[in-house]
Design a protein around this ligand. Structure first.
Ligand SMILES: Cc1ncc(COP(=O)(O)O)c(C=O)c1O
Length: 364
């Protein structure tokens, strides 16, 4: 077998996802409620308008979708004040990450990302035989100066997760502006903004103008977070037309489904669900911060819908104990943070149950 498979593939450790509820029931035989706070999903569920759109579209499932997702791209273009040709859809923004790397990175070429950044960047690079240049973090966030210094003639792509998952850190408007001014034009900078809608800070960068200026910037957004459609797998990239056209060339003809495209269109219009989700997250996060402070836990303040907590003890063991309490969180060993868990900001009721279980298993 080893002779059959590409060397790069043999070296890959598969991505570990948040543990699915179905798997936990199967493995632990748990019958009661299971609260999943492991994958930064929306605790309020899908946009109700999206659910209605899905029902309407069900009877058309014998037809293939429109491959480019014309109507959804048109709608997004109108919202974002860009052109339809500047948008590409993916089965989640993860697929767009993979497509970008496949389109631009050849074997041995370099991709820059930050320590503690979303690990899919490194995985996508390994798959094509690219070289990961992982720059040490500064205070758990991206050290943009050091990332700029890591550029070599072999650099093709730079990934910036803003805010970053799992550390919740954010790079400010002026930092990003300075960074992008210094990045040579033959490099694509990817701004992964999966948690964009949750940001309410004035110093959060608006990156769309860089695309208007013709820069090689690709912005990634998703329907998996605030819109509550993670299970449908739909996200998108925004960049200048020439870049998007190149990425389209390697996209599977029908990479996003009819129901995903239609549900996403409805979700874009569901301002009520978006606002309720943002409010729930803001209030839940403050509640969680206070409770963690009260119990003496260290955590990283977060700009996303999740919080990373330093347990000062092996997080894998705590994760296993929490599972038995019906609470699923994410241990962060694969990020080199073996004492940390990441917890999604749930509803107030979910947060209370999480805190009770955490105190019980940590015996506080
Ligand atoms: C920073 C970041 N980027 C991208 C994604 C991928 O989301 P999806 O593929 O569901 O759009 C996630 C998901 O957790 C994320 O945290």
């Amino acid at each position: 077998m080893k002779a059959l498979v590409r060397k790069e593939i043999l070296a890959i450790k598969p991505y570990i996802t948040g543990k699915p509820i179905e798997e936990i029931r199967r493995e632990l035989g748990l019958k009661g409620e299971i609260i999943k706070l492991a994958s930064n999903e929306n605790p309020l569920g899908p946009s109700p308008l999206a659910l209605e759109a899905i029902e309407r579209e069900l009877r058309n499932l014998h037809y293939y979708p429109e491959g480019t997702g014309f109507s959804l791209r048109e709608k997004l273009a109108e919202r974002l004040q860009v052109n339809r040709e500047e948008i590409i859809l993916g089965a989640g923004s993860c697929e767009v990450i993979e497509l970008i790397v496949k389109a631009f990175v050849s074997k041995g070429e370099e991709v820059i990302s930050s320590q503690y950044a979303f690990t899919i960047f490194q995985l996508a690079t390994r798959i094509v035989g690219g070289k990961n240049v992982v720059v040490p973090a500064k205070g758990y966030g991206h050290d943009l100066q050091a990332m700029r210094s890591a550029i070599t003639p072999k650099t093709k792509v730079i990934f910036i997760a803003n805010p970053n998952n799992p550390t919740g850190t954010m790079n400010k408007k002026d930092e990003i502006a300075q960074f992008l001014n210094e990045v040579p034009e033959n490099i694509a900078t990817v701004m992964d903004e999966a948690y964009y809608e949750y940001l309410e800070r004035e110093d959060y960068p608006n990156t769309l103008p860089y695309i208007k200026e013709g820069r090689n910037v690709i912005i990634l957004r998703t329907f998996s977070k605030v819109h509550g459609l993670a299970g449908l797998r739909i996200g998108f990239g925004i960049a200048k037309k020439e870049l998007i056209q190149l990425i389209h060339q390697i996209r599977e003809p029908f990479n996003t489904s009819r129901i995903a495209q239609d549900a996403a269109q409805a979700a874009v219009d569901d301002q009520e669900h978006i606002q309720r989700s943002v409010r729930t997250n803001r209030e839940g996060k403050l509640f969680l911060y206070k409770a963690l402070q009260k119990e003496g836990f260290n955590y990283l303040p977060s700009e996303g819908n999740f919080i990373t907590i330093d347990l000062k003890t092996n997080a894998q063991k705590v994760f296993q104990k929490l599972l038995r309490e019906g609470i699923v969180v994410r241990p962060l060993e694969m990020y080199g943070l073996s004492n940390a868990i990441r917890v999604t900001v749930g509803t107030q009721a979910q947060i209370r149950k999480f805190l009770t279980a955490l105190k019980k298993v940590m015996k506080r």
